[in-house]
Ligand binder design. Structure first.
Ligand SMILES: NC(=O)c1ccc[n+]([C@@H]2O[C@H](COP(=O)([O-])OP(=O)(O)OC[C@H]3O[C@@H](n4cnc5c(N)ncnc54)[C@H](O)[C@@H]3O)[C@@H](O)[C@H]2O)c1
Length: 472
């Protein structure tokens, strides 16, 4: 969404009138984005609101943050906590840590609340999730037990394999949205929260296509009033957040906030939004390997990916409707990276298949197999096999942390609408309708870091490098 191109943006252009941003037809001028000292300081507590707070990703994320705050764990996998950023020329050796370069909220200031269709507190929910071991759960037992999910907005036809009962009653959809907003207000006043972020870590809802009611804010709001059946619970959470000016992140592949109506609302209310579907596990590997194959102009005949997964997410994805949503999200990646229309002899007819099999004994410890049939010089075939024995929520938790901190930064910098610079974290990055999504992990990282440089008034780094060898 933000396009900085390869030009070097200097201090002088901060207050220029260049138009760079058009979420849902709403135009933002570059001067609207706050930079350097204009960015509001991250003062006070930051509320982290999580639909699906009792799930594997949420409990692993929250327990992990508390362990890190107590110096009992390392934030491995988190760019905001461990990453650095190069500034200026290579000979300058300026490489600060990201968290020291941009004004991010402190982990001590994060306060958690959320909703789930099961009422178990987070201590019980973390044990149920079977991601963290006892010696990581027991030291934060009291903290986890003190977080109890609020009753959820839920409709079973959107997640057919779950049957929780901790659900809000409401006469209509608008009443449910207002009930969510009331929950948020109560939480903020109880905890003395100055600002919030909402991140959907709820189950994957059934596959939905954009319909006419999703196409504008007016039609969408009217549909909410009329209890239209094509409004999913996740959309109601997003609506509540955006109406309150709270940035919204979608960690699942659901349509949710990726509809013109809610993109329009985000633009109108000056709120950043980001999604969809945390990029972990097999898709992470795909977006690491595929750019390498393409960089070397190696051809692809087929990519067969299969997974066994035994957690609640696996159970949900065992339903055809939810799997279809996930499948779409996982399948799109290769085409965008390999660009078969530009390289027909290498990528035109490759076969791509993704399956997920629910296999309870493995719990959250997913195993993903990839069988990749490639070809090289003169068409000679070669084969790559990957067996990734990963831990899904261990990979997802640091992404949730980074997204919360970066979205809070975006809000304080007055950036609104789709935050494409956070594509790095998603399987199906949200993007402006006339652009294609960027899936290559390395381009995504460059985009993210250049955005941080831009916000802090530093030169963009293009990796050109020839200038080092040119005579003055
Ligand atoms: N684990 C990963 O690595 C990963 C990666 C990418 C995306 N995701 C997505 O993140 C989401 C969470 O994954 P997980 O492994 O924690 O799953 P999970 O099943 O453990 O947790 C999801 C939680 O959401 C709750 N829930 C469902 N509908 C709800 C609603 N309407 N309101 C409030 N709560 C609701 C469920 O009760 C459950 O506790 C899923 O959509 C998953 O597809 C996970």
């Amino acid at each position: 969404m933000l396009w900085f191109g390869a030009i070097v943006l200097s201090e002088e252009v901060i207050f220029s009138d260049v138009v760079i941003f058009q979420p849902g037809g709403i135009t933002l001028k570059e001067k609207d984005i706050k930079r350097k000292d204009q960015i509001e300081k991250p003062l006070g507590k930051l509320g982290v609101l999580i639909p699906g707070i009792g799930g594997a990703v949420s409990t692993t994320f929250i327990a992990g943050v508390e362990l890190i705050r107590k110096n009992m764990g390392e934030p491995v996998g988190s760019l905001t906590q461990l990453g650095t950023i190069r500034l200026g020329k290579r000979y300058e050796h300026r490489v600060p840590r990201i968290k020291e370069f941009v004004p991010l909220a402190n982990l001590d200031d994060l306060v958690f609340a959320g909703w789930d269709i099961y009422e178990a507190n987070l201590y019980d929910a973390a044990k149920y999730a079977r991601v963290l071991q006892k010696d990581h759960i027991e030291p934060v037992k009291d903290f986890l037990a003190s977080i109890v999910p609020m009753p959820a907005v839920f409709e079973r036809r959107f997640v057919r394999n779950l049957d929780g009962t901790h659900i809000k009653e409401g006469r209509n959809l608008r009443e449910l949205v207002e009930a969510l907003k009331e929950d948020i207000r109560n939480f903020c006043s109880r905890e003395g929260i100055s600002r919030c972020i909402m991140v959907w870590c709820g189950s994957t809802e059934i596959y939905m296509k954009q319909e006419p009611i999703h196409e504008s804010l007016d039609t969408f709001l009217e549909a909410v009033e009329k209890n239209h059946p094509s409004i999913a619970p996740s959309m109601l959470y997003a609506l509540a957040a955006l109406e309150m000016g709270i940035p919204f992140i979608n960690g699942a592949p659901n349509l949710t906030v990726d509809i013109p109506a809610l993109i329009e609302l985000a633009g109108r209310n000056n709120v950043p939004i980001a999604g969809k579907d945390f990029k972990t596990g097999q898709t992470l590997m795909k977006t690491i390997i595929a750019p390498g194959l393409k960089a070397r102009m190696l051809g692809l005949e087929g990519w067969y990916s299969t997974n066994i997964l035994g957690n609640r997410d696996g159970l949900v994805l065992d339903d055809e409707g939810s799997f279809k949503t996930k499948e779409e999200s996982k399948l799109s990646v290769l085409d965008y990276i390999l660009q078969p229309h530009l390289y027909p002899s290498l990528y035109k007819n490759y076969y791509h298949k993704v399956t997920i099999n629910y296999y309870p004994p493995r719990g959250d410890n997913k195993e993903g197999w990839d069988c990749i049939d490639i070809f090289g010089w003169l068409g000679y075939p070669m084969h790559i096999k990957i067996d990734f024995q990963c831990r899904d929520s261990i990979l997802a938790a640091p992404l949730v942390l980074d997204l919360v901190l970066f979205m809070d930064l975006a809000k304080r910098a007055n950036m609104s609408g789709i935050q494409e610079w956070l594509s790095f974290y998603f399987k199906s990055p949200m993007h402006k309708s006339n652009l294609y999504p960027e899936h290559d992990l390395f381009i995504q990282l460059m985009k993210l870091k250049n955005t941080l440089r831009y916000l802090m008034g530093e030169e963009q780094i293009t990796h050109f490098g020839l200038d080092y060898y040119m005579e003055e």
